[in-house]
Design a protein around this ligand. Sequence first.
Ligand SMILES: NC(=O)c1ccc[n+]([C@@H]2O[C@H](COP(=O)([O-])OP(=O)(O)OC[C@H]3O[C@@H](n4cnc5c(N)ncnc54)[C@H](OP(=O)(O)O)[C@@H]3O)[C@@H](O)[C@H]2O)c1
Length: 378
Amino acid sequence: MQASQFQVQEHDLEKFRLIHTPVPDLQDGEILVSVERFAFTANNITYGIVGEKIGYWNFFPPANHNTLDVEPETKDSKWGIIPVWGMAKVVESRNLEIKVGERLYGYFPMGSHLVMKPGRIKQTRFIDEVSHRAALPPVYNSYARLDYEDDYNPSMDNERALLFPLYATSYCLYDFLLANNWFEASRSKDGQIIIPSASSKTAIGLAMALAGDSSDACPTIIGVTSQKNLKDVSALQLYDQIHPYGEGDKISPQRPSVIIDMSGNGKVLNQLHQHLADNMLYCSNVGLTHYEDNQMGADFIRDRSEMFFAPGHIQKRAKEWGAGIFEQKALAFWRKSAVKSRDWLSIKEHKATDHLSSIYEATLAGRVRANEGNMIVF
Ligand SMILES: NC(=O)c1ccc[n+]([C@@H]2O[C@H](COP(=O)([O-])OP(=O)(O)OC[C@H]3O[C@@H](n4cnc5c(N)ncnc54)[C@H](OP(=O)(O)O)[C@@H]3O)[C@@H](O)[C@H]2O)c1
């Protein structure tokens, strides 16, 4: 049997190739899954951008295809596979507890197949215990066994693959803000939350969580986005104010402010930090949608800025609240918000054989409209 893999150069994401490779024979305890569908957004591009730093290249080692290379692979021309979220079906099993035909949701390679080694098998979950994943964040190694979930609704598969990883992060950020008492920027103190790259789904999920908070404490919500997305983002009616990049000076510098940044745009952050100065109480660096402009300037306030890593927050909550509790809350938030998102988001399915490369290129170049979500289907 042949599998396909979409490989990219780790140091130059503009270089990619689709290769075909034989599926390896299974060992005892292993299963082979066939990927049915996966979502592709700026989040997956970010996996590639920070692949080396966070370890994203280590989840799915690419098949060695040196024969395709004109020149031997060097550190700079190394191929890797970007991880994606989606659904897969078990097509072969040498594991007594996992049957052929079972369907899974979780983290898969951009490709048609994956060999997995299920361990710590529970009724609705298992961990892929393949050795090269052991040191990677556990949230990514855990798979949902869809056939055994009580409230599983197959008609929401696309919304689960596309929105759950992003809205779970939005929910983490909301929980994080609450737990930190809005970093002293609550509404009673006239505070504001500023969200650059406000048109990204992770940002919109956060805006939904904040807009749904009817407490007196929830600060004013301010989105910052590009001119081309301004109209669509305003139409959401989730942000109290919305400003295009370059007009951050229209945001009040007098109000205590927290920035939850999805853009990673050094110029935008530098300008906001300079403008807000002492009132920039905390900046959470969540995303890198503007990965080409990631040099922070001299006014970027480092000692009040921190990286945010959703899997770390989920692990922390699992320790504090017990396993699975946070996931249940995040699932409930995703379900409610995914249904609400049907008003503005159009999810499109694309056949992997025809459109995988073009969707990849469009996402890398930021050409996907903010109100579109792309699913790749095998
Ligand atoms: N830290 C964590 O744990 C965590 C977890 C989940 C997601 N994230 C991050 O959150 C970010 C948003 O992900 P998403 O999947 O929600 O995004 P998305 O829905 O695909 O959002 C796309 C938006 O990003 C901006 N953008 C995308 N590509 C661009 C490009 N090449 N040049 C300029 N702008 C571009 C545009 O927004 P604007 O015009 O509004 O700028 C665009 O509307 C990603 O960086 C992702 O990795 C982080």
